[in-house]
Design a protein around this ligand. Structure first.
Ligand SMILES: [Zn+2]
Length: 186
């Protein structure tokens, strides 16, 4: 991380496929801020209550206390006077207003850390992640390991036949896949 002046906000995006360690990386950054006694507020969409309503939880069972919100504008109501950092997990599930809100928060001086899936199960850009990637100061793109061949994997394979873009709740319905092994059933 480069040195940035105090009082300047910015946006960091952590993206990648499922099983690429996005939430682990987000929690790692949250922990480091907490060690430095910086106040962090963590948010996630209330659509994603698969493990725990009041925490973000990585596949490796790391967790951090979070607030479940319906839309990104709800963030403002939870900010405290000493909040320095705003962390958002599963950002792909929020509507497009999240882009302007992240910009506004960074303009106000907050460090905004956003984690999310950059591609849906078809390999298409997911939700507002492309816009968030474009406006971010820092981008971390994590790769998983293809569960078929072992190559670096940037796609998420749905292993059940369902067509909706959003199918939360069951990590068993997904695998990390590389470009070669990723399939979209028609
Ligand atoms: Zn593969």
């Amino acid at each position: 991380m480069n040195i940035i002046n105090q009082k300047t906000g910015w946006i960091e995006v952590i993206c990648g496929s499922m099983f690429s360690g996005k939430t682990e990386e987000l929690i790692r950054r949250i922990r480091r801020a907490e060690y430095a006694k910086q106040e962090v507020m963590v948010f996630k969409p209330n659509i994603d209550n698969r493990f725990d309503k009041d925490n973000i939880v990585s596949h490796s069972q790391m967790r951090a206390a979070s607030v479940s919100i319906a839309q990104a504008s709800d963030i403002y109501a939870y900010l405290k006077p000493d909040t320095k950092i705003i962390a958002i997990d599963e950002a792909q599930f929020f509507d497009e207003s999240i882009v302007g809100i992240c910009n506004d928060l960074a303009d106000q001086g907050y460090r905004v850390i956003v984690a999310g899936l950059d591609q849906d199960f078809r390999g298409e850009p997911f939700g507002s992640m492309p816009q968030l990637l474009a406006i971010a100061e820092y981008v971390t793109k994590n790769l998983a390991i293809c569960m078929v061949c072992g190559n670096p994997a940037n796609r998420t394979q749905r292993t059940v036949k369902q067509d909706e873009q959003i199918l939360v709740g069951s990590t068993e319905s997904y695998e990390a896949r590389c470009r070669n092994c990723h399939e979209v059933y028609q």
